[in-house]
Structures are given as structure tokens and as C-alpha cells.
Design a protein around this ligand. Structure first.
Ligand code: FPP
Length: 254
């Protein structure tokens, strides 16, 4: 009993008091930008920015889980990122693999349901295997849904959904008149998640960069100048407090 109470106390205390927990965004999506600029600012090679970016991500995932966010979706590698120097691309692929291997046990203990979205078939085979294993063993976890977008592009995802729907129509499993927005959502990589309530982009750029194009139709957008490696739970708290002041009308009038 004493143990139960003390656990509750600790977890309550670690929640910032400025947040209204009755109005939490259920799903937060993040464009983690600025690793390279952070490294440059520190006089370090770009890869140091990515390494520091991993630490930032771990902290943010932990905060989201402790504060009661249902789903966190992060943009780790876009379909366009293959155009970076080969050394950086290889470094990132290795980093993703290392991250999964090193963090899987703790994520499992914390009840993280890990999912990778994007075209995973183009990734190095060893990374694909680690991804598959991590998704299989965490699939029933209830603590938080953690989606990592790798080789992800919003347009590519929509194209794949259209193709899959068209194939079902061709096989006469679907009638064209039953195609609606819900059906399209169900054919996206994020099929079982609600749409993001809040999209955060770090390091100041005002663009979507092909991220979750379909899903963010009514998402509130928050852009901060902070580079991703410096984005700590304190900044997440600020973003959530901002979000809670927004008047979400979904195109309607109150
Ligand atoms: C943007 O910085 C970040 C990325 C390309 C993604 C990599 C993200 C991480 C390494 C964070 C950890 C992620 C996982 C899944 C372990 P940038 O290189 O575009 O920065 P710049 O715009 O300043 O050059």
C-alpha cells in the first residue's frame, strides 16, 4: 500500500502544474529539426547533433508517457533524406538500429507500443529485422503509442493507400461509392491512431516537409526556434500550454 502511494506521489509530482490534464492533446506529432544547426553552433560535426537528438527524444518520450499523452509520432527520416551525404545516411541508419536495440527493454517495461511508419522495405535488412522484432514484442503495450517515421513521406503514404484501395475495388471487395475520408484514413500507416492534435516543429522553419499530410488537416501547429537537441520537457510543457489556449473550431462556429 505504502509503495503504491509513494509511486503515485512521485508520478504526480513529475507532472508540470501548468498543464490542464483534462485538455491534453491525445496525439502529438513532432518534426525533430535542427540537429545539424545545433552541432554547428557548438562547433561539432553534424553527427553529434543526431546523437544529442536521441537523448532529447528519450526525454520527450518519457515526459509524454508520464503526462498521459496517448500517442507520440516523430519524423526521423524522410523519403527525401536519402539525398544527404552517404556517410550521414549510414550513420542515421546505424543510429536507429542502435537506438532500438539499446532502448527496447526499457520501452517494454514502460509499456511503450512501438510502431514504425513509412516505406520500411528500402531500409537496411538488419534495421528491418530489428524493427519487426521491436514492433512484434511491444504491440500489446498500453502505456503510450510511439510511432517513428523512417523513410516516410506523406505523399508516398497517400499513394500507397490509393493503390491498396484501387486493388480492393479491382478485386470487387470494395464499391467505389464506399470510399470516404474514414476509409482512406484506415489505409494509412497511422490507421489505428487518432489524428494529431498538436504538431510541433523545432528550429523555426514554417513548413510541413511532407509529414502526415492527410492526418494534420485540423491539427494545431506550434513552431519553436529551439533546435531539436535542446528541446526538453520544459519546452514540451510550453507547447502544450500554448495548445491549450487555442480555440479549436474544426471549421465550425461556436
Ligand atoms: C533533423 O536535423 C533531424 C533528422 C534528420 C532526423 C534524425 C533524428 C534523430 C537522430 C533524433 C533521434 C531519432 C531516433 C528515431 C532515434 P537536421 O539534420 O535536418 O538538422 P539541420 O536542419 O539543422 O541540418
Amino acid at each position: 500500500m505504502l509503495n503504491d502511494m509513494s509511486t503515485k506521489l512521485i508520478s504526480t509530482r513529475s507532472r508540470p502544474i501548468n498543464i490542464d490534464y483534462n485538455k491534453l492533446p491525445q496525439h502529438i506529432a513532432i518534426i525533430m529539426d535542427g540537429n545539424g544547426r545545433w552541432a554547428k553552433q557548438q562547433g561539432l560535426p553534424r553527427i553529434e547533433g543526431h546523437l544529442q537528438g536521441v537523448n532529447a527524444l528519450k526525454e520527450i518520450l518519457r515526459a509524454c508517457k508520464n503526462w498521459g499523452i496517448r500517442t507520440l509520432t516523430v519524423y526521423a527520416f524522410s523519403t527525401e533524406n536519402w539525398g544527404r551525404p552517404l556517410t550521414e545516411v549510414s550513420f542515421l541508419m546505424n543510429l536507429f538500429e542502435r537506438f532500438i536495440k539499446q532502448e527496447l527493454e526499457e520501452m517494454q517495461q514502460e509499456g511503450v507500443c512501438l510502431k514504425f511508419i513509412g516505406d520500411l522495405s528500402a531500409l537496411p535488412l538488419s534495421l528491418q529485422q530489428v524493427i519487426e522484432h521491436s514492433m512484434a514484442i511491444t504491440q500489446h503495450n498500453q502505456g503510450i503509442n510511439f510511432n517513428v517515421a523512417i523513410n516516410y513521406g506523406g505523399r508516398d503514404e497517400i499513394v500507397k493507400a490509393c493503390r491498396s484501395i484501387a486493388e480492393k475495388v479491382a478485386r470487387q471487395e470494395l464499391l467505389p461509392e464506399t470510399i470516404n475520408a474514414d476509409l482512406i484514413s484506415q489505409h494509412l500507416d497511422t490507421a489505428n491512431n487518432s489524428d494529431p492534435d498538436l504538431l510541433i516543429r523545432t528550429s523555426g522553419e514554417m513548413r510541413l516537409s511532407n509529414f502526415l499530410l492527410w492526418q494534420i488537416a485540423y491539427t494545431e501547429i506550434y513552431v519553436t526556434d529551439t533546435f531539436w537537441p535542446d528541446f526538453a520537457p520544459k519546452q514540451l510543457e510550453k507547447a502544450i500550454v500554448h495548445y491549450q489556449k487555442r480555440d479549436r473550431r474544426f471549421g465550425k462556429i461556436k
